[in-house]
Design a protein around this ligand. Structure first.
Ligand code: TLP
Length: 345
């Protein structure tokens, strides 16, 4: 029996049609800007986000880190949410690669508190690391795939501009945010100077992310991409999948959101499970185990015996289920049933 894999939407595999497009891709050496397929993907990404230019990069992490380095100098300060992916899950790269200080901002559901931001802006005097960059994340991964409201983004962006600070958006799942808000991606991208979005999550491409910004910013980003070892050669092979993903996958994300809703509804009210339904806005469900001695790691091992894959840590009661094009509605309901049954006793 095949596994139903809820560990992440990063696990999606290219479809048959996507593999055909990859096989047929026209390529060239992208470092000479000779790869027509990469050039087309970059044009398309800039158009969709309404930015002047875009750059194909190997991963979301590299995309975020290139942008941070392009916006800052060592000793500067960046502000971001306490639970930001950039802070928690990028292996300390902001310190190691850009030498920047991180100032953390709290906020429920991944929404940064504007009052805290205002209170903590650092002036550029001789005592302080100047605040150069604010990073937002939409959708917000750790909060449960929550959508940061446009109003909050606008307020933060306006405040940043009044203080001559740039804004970067970790939009790894910006297409999920746009789907939930029923708007175009460019309407979210309006509130940042640079953004990164991933092709290799819910959109189903095997590799790659895009960074978008002004022409000058992307010129600088190209140098840093080279420095980080992320400049590729015949990458049209990968870009072809990205173009296909952008052209065909966004309308399908709603089905993943519906599966997340169905999963959460099936488990809501279970005596050993807490789910905050307000967080179930896109393709993730955060589940908290209660009144049981089992931890995330135990539950993960027990579900694996039933061919259901989900991450769970030792000593942690929190588990994340992620919905994507490679899990069906039936697998979703079976997983809810299996989780419910094993926590019943
Ligand atoms: N997130 C992964 C893990 O790293 C946690 C996942 O399974 O969700 N920004 C956000 C908001 C992300 O969720 C991720 C990946 C990235 C950036 C990094 O993308 P990659 O994995 O391409 O480096």
């Amino acid at each position: 029996m095949p596994y139903a894999d809820f560990r992440s939407d990063t696990v999606t595999k290219p479809t048959e049609e996507m593999r055909k497009v990859i096989a047929a891709a026209e390529v060239g050496d992208d470092i000479y800007k000779d790869d027509p397929t990469v050039n087309e993907l970059e044009r398309l990404a800039a158009e969709l986000t309404d930015k002047e230019a875009a750059l194909f990069v190997p991963s979301g992490t590299m995309g975020n880190q290139i942008c941070i380095k392009a916006h800052t100098a060592p000793g500067d300060e960046i502000m971001l949410h306490t639970d930001a992916h950039i802070y928690i899950f990028e292996a300390g790269a902001t310190a190691a690669l850009s030498g920047v200080m991180t100032r953390l901002i709290d906020g429920e559901y991944g929404v940064m508190d504007i009052c805290q931001i205002k209170a903590r802006l650092q002036p550029g005097d001789m005592h302080h690391a100047p605040t150069r960059l604010i990073c937002m994340e939409n959708t917000h991964n750790v909060a449960g795939g929550t959508v940061v409201p446009l109003e909050n983004m606008r307020e933060i962006y306006n405040l940043a501009k009044e203080n001559d600070i740039n804004v970067h958006l970790d939009g790894a799942r910006i297409f999920n945010a746009a789907t939930a808000l029923n708007i175009e991606v460019k309407e979210i991208a309006a509130y940042c100077d640079s953004l990164m979005f991933c092709l290799s999550k819910g959109l189903g491409a095997p590799v790659g992310s895009m960074i978008c910004g002004t022409h000058a910013f992307i010129e600088r980003a190209m140098v840093i991409r080279k420095m980080f070892g992320g400049a590729l050669r015949q990458s049209g092979i990968l870009a072809a999948a990205g173009i296909y993903a952008l052209q065909t996958m966004p309308p399908l994300l709603k089905a993943d959101h519906d599966n997340a809703q169905a999963f959460a509804s099936a488990l809501y009210g279970h005596k050993h499970i807490d789910i905050d339904l307000h967080t179930v806005q896109t393709n993730m469900v955060n589940v908290v185990l209660k009144g049981t001695s089992l931890d995330g790691s135990d539950v993960s091992n027990l579900l694996r015996e039933k061919n259901i894959l989900v991450n769970g840590d030792k000593g942690s009661k929190k588990m994340r289920f992620v919905f994507h094009r490679d899990v069906t509605k039936t697998q979703t309901l079976e997983a809810a049933e299996a989780l419910s049954a094993l926590l019943q006793s």
